[in-house]
Design a protein around this ligand. Structure first.
Ligand code: FE2
Length: 424
């Protein structure tokens, strides 16, 4: 007796419809015309089924603080850091837990079940990290949350931050961060990367660096991080986030750099909503888009995934937790509008994200894996991207954790009122 059968779900691989049997939180059988009895049945109505979305980069400790105490009026990264330093002074654990939990609910409602959150560790009391460890533990049965010890103000900005980083790792951070372009000098930036990678080696953690998040074409820390990933053997356990300066590199340098990155196995995470919003702020016209070269990297086989970065915080006054929203911006900003390119962008918010988070083979709709899936109100990836489809049903480890009823609109233009159908 199965616990749950999802009937008539449309697979990504070939568009065929199958029944998915779930037992004890795992995929038990995936086949057409499944005849086994089950305690519960869900009719997927030929909706597209996908493994859960992966949020590769978000800051849950800062989420939902936009306007507190003041709004970021210039829209720059640097005013965002100033506004956050004001808000940070008033943090409590309960405050962080409440906001992060709400943001996670938004993401789960949109089909996200794996989240990598950076957490600012420049506060000597590590209030945000302690709170986020509680959130991670309480969510663990249903939502997988990774935490990155992230030094927002720079590792070498104060004598105490290196020790705070190490304490955050000891407390339970899954990955070590850095922000080399925000250190006082180029040399400090290089040193900060060595410290971060050294900590990851010492404690067996992953690495995820805010790397070259600036429009300055002279900001060149990706090459340092890539070399460290190669030389330490950490390779694909290392991720470069943002890398917006790559948007401004000359072709010759970018070409050489990406070949080296392909060799080292470095993962990249772009945050197109926030990159296009924060970057180019010091340009007149033409204004740069500031999104790193995801199209070229994907074509080279480099692993690229996507994140929100910010949700309603000092750096971004929008966001509601939908990875389809993030992917939609990537399609436009990176001009990835070819049919295969759009499929590649969908891959960036699912399988490629799983690779960045180092989830291994437990991710995916395969017999024996944890029964995690999303039924989208769509026929395929392209349809989901175009319509920003609702996640009708979200299942984590065999349990329904979110349901959305898609909106129904009726039009009356002289003839008889009828429902709007967005299919061609
Ligand atoms: Fe970030």
């Amino acid at each position: 007796m199965l616990d749950l059968i999802i009937r008539n779900a449309r697979l990504r691989e070939d568009g065929s419809c199958v029944d998915i049997g779930i037992s004890e939180g795992k995929f038990a059988e995936i086949t057409a015309g499944l005849s086994a009895p089950a305690h519960e049945t869900i009719d997927a109505m030929a909706c597209f089924v996908t493994p859960p979305f992966v949020e590769s980069h978000v800051h849950l400790d800062t989420a939902l603080t936009a306007g507190e105490p003041r709004w970021n009026e210039s829209g720059t990264l640097f005013e965002g850091i100033e506004r956050w330093s004001e808000r940070k002074a008033t943090l409590t654990e309960d405050d962080v837990v409440r906001r992060a939990t709400k943001a996670i609910e938004w993401e789960v409602a949109h089909g996200v079940l794996h989240i990598r959150s950076h957490v600012d560790v420049c506060d000597p009391t590590l209030t945000a990290m302690r709170a986020m460890i509680k959130v991670k533990q309480s969510m663990a049965p249903l939502v997988n949350i990774q935490l990155v010890a992230f030094p927002q103000d720079g590792i070498l900005s104060s004598d105490t931050v290196p020790a705070q980083m190490e304490e955050a790792v000891r407390l339970g951070a899954d990955a070590v961060g850095a922000i080399p372009h925000y250190e006082l000098t180029r040399e400090d930036g290089v040193e900060s990367l060595k410290i971060a990678v050294g900590l990851a080696e010492k404690y067996g953690r992953l690495v995820d660096v805010h790397c070259d998040e600036i429009d300055d074409e002279q900001s060149r820390f990706v090459e340092v991080l890539s070399a460290l990933a190669l030389r330490t053997g950490l390779r694909d356990r290392v991720t470069a986030s943002h890398t917006t300066a790559m948007h401004s590199y000359g072709g010759a340098y970018a070409s050489k750099l990406l070949r080296f990155c392909a060799r080292s196995g470095l993962n990249f995470v772009a945050n197109p909503l926030v990159n296009i919003h924060l970057q180019g702020r010091f340009d007149t016209y033409p204004k740069r888009r500031g999104v790193t070269r995801i199209k070229e990297m994907a074509a080279m086989g480099i692993n690229v995934s996507l994140g929100h970065d910010d949700i309603l915080d000092p750096w971004y006054p929008m966001g509601c937790g939908s990875m389809l929203d993030v992917a939609h911006m990537a399609v436009h900003a990176a001009q990835m509008t070819g049919r295969d390119e759009m499929r590649t962008v969908f891959h960036m918010v699912t399988d490629a994200g799983a690779r960045t988070l180092y989830l291994g083979t437990s991710y995916g709709i395969v017999v024996g894996n944890p029964a995690d899936l999303v039924l989208l109100d769509a026929v395929d990836e392209l349809d989901a991207l175009r319509r920003q489809s609702a996640a009708r049903v979200v299942i984590s480890k065999g349990r329904v954790v979110a349901r959305t009823t898609p909106a129904v609109t009726t039009v009356s233009l002289g003839g008889s009122p009828h429902g709007v159908d967005y299919a061609r």
